[in-house]
Design a protein. Structure first.
Ligand code: CA
Length: 180
């Protein structure tokens, strides 16, 4: 079990028992930057070096996510980023960003993360919600990383409220790219 986050003056109310109004008020307080709020977090997993040998290189992996999402939108979720020496000075950049030129063949992002609950990935498309077990995600790594030695980063951002089981990945397979 993860620790129970605190919600300022709503600290005594489990988030599942909050009314819609309480939850909205707590979010508004959080967005205002008032102290005493709980946990928004960013966690990540970084790959070994990957040598890309084709403009059509692909990654396939098993992807299992169950992160906070509800009728109001997508609150917690994860993204896949690329660090390549020739792109943004090697800074990790979303695989779907134009600078990378990657795209999802299947099992791509499910929604845009809300911007009003202090998720570090607010406003970005992400895997969020419940995949209902493992799905297969296939990613074109994009033409701009051809010939480069890159790293991948699976990065998860969560907001101030409510947790879900999380995110698991497995069985990475590269086509036209290899791990060092
Ligand atoms: Ca959350």
């Amino acid at each position: 079990m993860s620790p129970t986050p605190t919600f300022g003056r709503y600290a005594e109310i489990p988030v599942e028992q909050m009314t819609t109004e309480q939850r909205a008020a707590a979010r508004a307080e959080a967005a205002s930057g008032e102290p005493g709020f709980g946990i928004s977090a960013c966690k990540y997993l970084i790959s070994r070096n990957i040598v890309v040998s084709s403009a059509s290189a692909q990654l396939t992996f098993r992807n299992n996510f169950n992160t906070e999402a509800d009728v109001d939108g997508f609150w917690d979720g994860g993204v896949l980023e690329v660090s390549s020496p020739n792109i943004n000075g090697g800074a990790f950049t979303d695989v779907t960003a134009a600078a990378v030129g990657g795209s999802f063949v299947s099992g791509g992002y499910t929604g845009e993360l809300r911007t009003d609950a202090m998720n570090p990935l607010a406003g970005r498309m992400a895997w969020s919600g419940d995949s209902a077990g493992y799905i297969t995600t296939v990613v074109n790594l994009g033409p701009n990383v051809n010939g480069q030695t890159i790293k991948l980063r699976w990065r998860m951002g969560t907001d101030l409220f409510a947790s879900r089981p999380g995110w698991r990945i497995d069985s990475l397979v590269f086509t036209n790219a290899s791990c060092q």
